[in-house]
Ligand binder design. Structure first.
Ligand SMILES: *Cc1c(COP(=O)(O)O)cnc(C)c1O
Length: 476
């Protein structure tokens, strides 16, 4: 199976060929030429598999140019109980993504039991092991450059720490992340991890990464790589837990379930779309946004109107504060019937800072065929939801999961279980929980005193040349 670009002007490639890259050369995103299918018999065989067997079964269809024994070893190493140990009381870490039943038909799918307490670990841990494997095999190395406002950077660092052939240069806005997020990243003492606190805001850090990526000569000479959310392997890894969640709350494969997904860059819910296209009986995919509601606006009106960075709100569910949803292009490719000329036209507008309207193109009415619905949430909703779920079910939600829970209730149906994807543990966003509940959330025992550990980071000006110089000095 080969991967093709949504823009249609790049050659088809294998999984291993696109693994280390980001965008296709034509500016598009990669998707399988055709989605592998799991039929009724396959689903029956998968129903009682543990997470590792399930991940191997699904990923072997998506990474079909990798030697099976090697993929098996990587999957086994990635999805082990010791990595996903931050379970809630009563959960079994062996389940990797256990469910929490709140009431009949309403569940949480725990995706945040990994090292950094956010769902990004689910994919990033696999990516770290895949990168190390491919680099060792080809005798290459890579210097990952990224910008983070919190969750992505820490997930990347915990996935890449100590890995051979990989260095991570992670830019973050100086003194703008939560104390917990800062401590999580800066307390890493691994020699291949470089934390660079940039004087400025997140967009300044992001701009530096873009400028370096656009300097093709520098990028090639210094082997600059990325682990951003458009990376196909990250999306592929996330497909697995939709299957796991489905099997956990159903008895047979005639049943349908719906998933509510806290969404920002659309990577998580895009994996749900792909699971559905591969044959998983999903009724609805509920796209939940915060005040940054570009996606909700699209699913309600058919108009996709990305905001500028200056028009992006800083909210109490910060990991969903996006102005453009980078993985959205993958879904629209399927929606427009995989018409790459149409995609070039639509993203020509997006790249020029304009909106597009799919009503005019006569495709918006097809959204319902894909089960996509949406809603949004704001700070007051978030606080009320955290209080309500705590009072009713004795469970503390983080702010992102609360956004999804709020919207999930708007789409619940009798006889269709609803799984709300838990994308972070509340310990990660203590201040918001204190505001909602008046007390701090429980923190996993192994992270007690995290903020008191010695920190390793440098502070730099938001200056592209200075950052380049830093990279050169530390990769020699
Ligand atoms: C990244 C993130 C999201 C958004 O996920 P996307 O794949 O970008 O849609 C939601 N919640 C948390 C906690 C995150 O870290």
């Amino acid at each position: 199976m080969k991967y093709i670009s949504t823009r249609g002007l790049s050659p088809a490639q294998t999984f291993s060929e696109i693994l280390l890259g980001g965008l296709a050369p034509d500016g598009g995103l990669y998707l399988p030429e055709t989605y592998p299918q799991f039929c009724e018999n396959n689903l029956n065989a998968m129903r009682h598999m543990n997470y590792r067997d399930l991940a191997f079964t699904i990923l072997s269809r998506l990474a079909d140019d990798m030697p099976l024994a090697d993929l098996r070893a990587i999957v086994d190493k990635t999805y082990t109980a010791s990595v996903y140990r931050h379970t809630r009381a009563g959960q079994n870490a062996e389940d990797i993504t256990p469910t929490v039943k709140l009431v009949d038909g309403l569940y949480l799918l725990s995706l945040s039991n990994g090292p950094t307490l956010a769902f990004k670990d689910m994919a990033m841990q696999l990516l770290g092991n895949l990168f190390e494997y491919v680099l060792a095999k080809t005798g290459r190395e890579t210097n990952i450059l990224g910008a983070t406002s919190g969750d992505t950077g820490s997930a990347a660092e915990y996935a890449m720490r100590g890995k051979k052939g990989i260095r991570v240069f992670m830019l973050s806005p100086h003194q703008k992340m939560s104390r917990f997020q800062t401590a999580q990243m800066f307390s890493l003492q691994d020699e291949n991890i470089f934390n660079i606190a940039v004087n400025g805001v997140f967009d300044d850090a992001q701009d530096i990464v873009k400028a370096v990526s656009n300097d093709h000569a520098f990028k090639a000479e210094h082997k600059i790589g990325a682990v951003n959310s458009i990376n196909w392997a990250r999306v592929a890894a996330q497909v697995v837990y939709y299957f796991k969640g489905y099997f956990a709350v159903t008895q047979n494969n005639t049943q349908q379930v719906s998933f509510a997904v806290p969404s920002g860059n659309f990577g998580n819910v895009c994996a749900g779309h792909i699971a559905r296209m591969m044959g998983l009986p999903i009724k609805k995919l509920v796209v939940a946004t915060n005040e940054n509601d570009v996606l909700d606006e699209f699913f309600k009106t058919g108009v996709y109107s990305p905001r500028t960075a200056a028009n992006t709100y800083h909210t109490s569910s910060p990991s969903m504060d996006i102005s453009k949803a980078s993985n959205f292009e993958r879904f629209v490719f399927d929606l427009v019937g995989r018409d790459s000329a149409k995609m070039r036209e639509l993203w020509g507008k997006v790249d020029a800072g304009q909106a597009f309207d799919l009503n005019a193109a006569g495709v918006f009415n097809k959204v319902a065929d894909y089960g996509m619905v949406s809603g949004s949430s704001n700070h007051a909703n978030r606080m009320a939801t955290i209080r309500q779920v705590h009072a009713q079910y004795g469970v503390t939600l983080d702010t992102h999961t609360a956004d999804a829970f709020k919207v999930a209730l708007e789409y619940r149906e009798a006889d269709v279980p609803m799984l709300v994807l838990e994308t972070a543990l509340p310990a990660k966003f203590e201040d918001a929980i204190v505001e909602a509940l008046g007390s701090k959330p429980e923190r996993p025992a192994d992270l007690a005193g995290l903020e008191d550990l010695p920190q390793r980071f440098v502070v730099m000006e938001a200056d592209v040349n200075a950052i380049k110089q830093f990279i050169v000095e530390h990769t020699a």
